[in-house]
Design a protein around this ligand. Structure first.
Ligand SMILES: Nc1ncnc2c1ncn2[C@@H]1O[C@H](COP(=O)(O)OP(=O)(O)OP(=O)(O)O)[C@@H](O)[C@H]1O
Length: 360
């Protein structure tokens, strides 16, 4: 997967810009606020039809303008793919592939496999469990459509069950048969989602650990991921039944796979509390590189990799290690942003790969 040309009109800080890109490494350098991350975000936008940093589409239109257009000329398995994402105030966002409008934007997702590594990933460690479930769901769904529909259906049923619990409380009623209608549908879906998450993590965790070891160049720092779920080691039929009294009091469904979480550990302790900023960044980078590897294995296409502010919180040693790792045929096209042109160029030159520096 490769982006050959990127052009922007009224996208965030850019009025108009055009980039002829290198097939391997593209570095965007310059001072704080010049728009380095905005370029990477435009590439992300072409893949996912939304910004990684600002999900409100209209806020990505340059101030005082009415529209933005991002135009990307890709090459996928020797085939040209033109993707245009545009938005206009007062109208819906539009995504076109080779001039043809998508009816459903979700049909576009997956055409351009892409992974971003950015300081904003820190949310995965510090925010609530839903951030980690979204990460899990996004990676598993790419290769498994049944999983995606199961999660959507499970969540719909859970919302309806919550509404029923609220209705019981408001009307001082209880109807166990009405509740059982939801439980009977949620048990098989929850069981399936739990199985898929378990088997995914069995494949993902060893790859993640290997990447962490390579980045840290240390065998002494031990990282691990544990899957926490109400469905683990219990009879699935008992999950909702056992929580019923609590659910009636709380007026929502307190147990189930919608409460699943991932526990991130470093040397046996929570990385959120005890990991240094550099160790946390290494942890996140290893998570994203493992995501990259699995997407590649499961879709058969090498994703584009965006490394935003790669030196942030990492020493030069760890950055060189990351660049060295991505400097082989297993990795494809790379986009890097950094404030220091000299530092970036020094590290990139060591790869002996073709590259382009864009001074913004
Ligand atoms: N809708 C918009 N219209 C105009 N400018 C915008 C818009 N959205 C963001 N910006 C501007 O984009 C700039 C930020 O760009 P970006 O995050 O790409 O900077 P950067 O070069 O990556 O900086 P840093 O080195 O600090 O990470 C800010 O000056 C911000 O005001």
């Amino acid at each position: 997967m490769r982006l050959n040309n990127l052009s922007l009109v009224n996208y965030k800080s850019f009025d108009s810009a055009d980039f002829e890109l290198d097939p391997r490494i593209n570095c965007f350098v310059g001072n704080n606020g010049v728009g380095k991350t905005n370029v990477l975000d435009a590439v992300y936008h072409l893949a996912f039809a939304k910004s990684y940093f600002n999900p409100i589409t209209l806020q990505n239109i340059r101030h005082d303008q009415d529209f933005f257009v991002i135009n990307g000329q890709f090459e996928k398995k020797n085939k040209q793919e033109q993707v245009v994402v545009s938005a206009k105030r007062g109208a819906k966002r539009v995504v076109k592939r080779n001039g043809k409008l998508y009816e459903k934007i979700s049909d576009h997702i997956g055409l351009i496999p892409l992974v971003i590594i950015s300081p904003a990933d820190r949310d995965l460690i510090i925010e609530g469990s839903d951030t980690r479930r979204k990460f899990l769901d996004a990676v598993i769904s790419l290769g498994n459509h049944q999983y995606l529909t199961s999660v959507i259906n499970y969540n719909k049923l859970k919302d309806q069950r919550n509404a029923l619990l609220k209705y019981f409380a408001a009307n001082h009623k209880f109807d166990s048969d009405a509740l059982a209608v939801y439980d009977e549908q949620m048990i098989p879906l929850g069981t399936y989602i739990h199985e898929q998450r378990t088997s995914f993590l069995e494949r993902f965790t060893p790859i993640f650990k290997e990447f962490y070891q390579k980045i840290s160049r240390s065998a002494s720092e031990q990282v691990d991921i544990f899957y926490k779920s109400d469905f683990t080691d219990v009879d699935p039929a008992s999950v909702f039944k056992n929580a019923q009294q609590k659910d009636l009091q709380l007026q929502y469904t307190s147990a189930g796979v919608h409460k699943d979480d991932l526990i991130f550990n470093l040397d046996g302790h929570a990385v959120k509390k005890y990991g240094s900023q550099g160790q946390q960044k290494s942890f996140l980078t290893a998570l994203k590189l493992a995501q990259f590897e699995l997407i590649k294995n499961e879709t058969g296409t090498t994703p584009i990799l965006l490394l935003d502010d790669i030196f942030d919180k990492l020493d030069e040693d760890r950055v060189s290690q990351i660049i060295e790792m991505v400097n082989n045929d297993q990795f494809g096209q790379l986009f890097i942003s950094d404030t220091h042109p000299d530092r970036t160029e020094r590290v990139i030159k060591e790869t002996h790969q073709s590259y382009k520096m864009f001074q913004l």
